[in-house]
Design a protein around this ligand. Structure first.
Ligand code: COA
Length: 335
């Protein structure tokens, strides 16, 4: 078969059962449901309640994606795991997942590119499939944020935003030139790395993490963010990369049936939709229920959009992300 494109064959997702509402956080820190909803659109997020790693949720999402694709774990010949919150420092989540799924001794690696990680993984799998290096690729985005957040008033700007979850897709080749991933577009700019980052544990320090990293006014052991700065860059880079993906295929915003953006902040997505003159009915948002699950947010949103019938055959769908790094990315596909 001549491979002209890669298609998504199946999708899965997994979120912890424990729902943490804004009011639950307000009992632990100086915040309010009103503040969080107004600034971010988040009403609740999921947090794990027992020891659970990104690959535990990733396994559940991957198994659903495999089932819906009609593919067995033995058929998978590439695993890519996107995460900024791996179960352990090393080896990679992708390696851990191959053991959990019982795959053959296939290539498996992690992508650590924060909110853009899933699209970076998707682009890598797409390239390997089109090059004939893989026929059944599993791309997972999985995150456990809750164990690494400062859920006191000191960490409230970041602590209220993030949630735990995982999503997965199975990809395979198609010879249908009109369907599948039309193009992917990846960008990074490390100039603003410190505007959204987690410094410790840091290999440049001995020991890598010290007691004071979890102490003081602005500790390096918790994620730190310049919210307004990140917001401004997000609302510039999102439309840029969405337009880039359409331009590359001779298409326009009017051709787009559905935008599935990374879920960082409802206001960011509304701002982007308004700037592009894209009707909000064409934008998938579920941040109200899950918060920002970084690399997992796009496959979780895709899963929901398929389940509720918002994604249908022949639709032009754009996935787009922006996040720490900074990194930003898009994938345009004909469903
Ligand atoms: N509850 C209550 N108050 C909070 C708070 C919380 N959870 N978090 C921060 N505040 C306070 C701040 O301490 C600050 O107080 P000060 O004015 O006394 O210093 C004030 O609220 C800031 O409010 P405002 O200026 O209205 O915040 P904002 O409109 O910039 O919204 C964010 C803050 C974080 C929601 C917003 O900047 C944002 O979403 N940025 C992008 C974040 C993002 O997308 N990150 C992930 C990228 S992938």
């Amino acid at each position: 078969m001549s491979v002209s494109r890669t298609r998504i064959l199946g999708v899965g997702r997994a979120v912890p059962e424990r729902v943490v509402a804004n009011d639950d956080l307000a009992q632990r820190m100086d915040t309010s449901d009103e503040w969080i909803q107004q600034r971010t659109g988040i009403r609740q997020r999921r947090h794990i309640s027992t020891s659970t790693g990104a690959t535990d949720l990733g396994k559940i999402a991957a198994e659903e994606a495999l089932r819906s694709a009609g593919v067995s774990a033995q058929d998978v010949d590439l695993v890519i795991f996107a995460t900024l919150s791996p179960d352990i420092d090393w080896p990679s989540c992708a390696c851990l997942l191959t053991q959990k799924l019982g795959t053959r001794n296939i290539p498996a690696f992690d992508v650590k590119n924060q909110c853009s990680g899933f699209i970076y993984g998707l682009a890598s799998a797409d390239a390997m499939i089109r090059a004939g290096r893989a026929r059944r690729a599993l791309v997972v985005g999985g995150e456990i944020h809750s164990t690494g957040l400062d859920l006191t008033t000191r960490g409230r700007e970041v602590g209220v935003i993030f949630g735990d979850g995982a999503g997965a897709v199975v990809l395979g080749p198609t010879d249908d030139p009109d369907r599948g991933i039309l193009s992917t577009h990846l960008h990074a700019d490390g100039n603003h790395a410190e505007k959204l980052w987690l410094e410790a544990a840091a290999s440049r320090n001995r020991p890598r993490i010290k007691p004071e990293d979890l102490d003081g006014d602005d500790p390096a052991g918790f994620p730190r963010m310049s919210g307004k700065f990140v917001f401004k860059h997000a609302v510039t880079r999102f439309p840029e990369v969405i337009k880039e993906s359409l331009d590359a295929n001779g298409l326009a915003i009017a051709d787009l049936d559905l935008l599935i953006p990374h879920q960082a902040n409802l206001r960011i997505n509304q701002f982007v939709a308004a700037g592009l003159e894209l009707d909000e009915s064409k934008v998938v948002n579920n941040i109200d229920r899950y918060g920002n699950t970084t690399a997992a947010s796009i496959p979780i949103a895709l899963h929901e959009a398929i389940a509720d019938g918002r994604v249908a055959a022949d639709m032009l769908v754009c996935l787009a992300a922006f996040g720490a790094g900074f990194t930003w990315a898009a994938a345009l596909m004909r469903w």
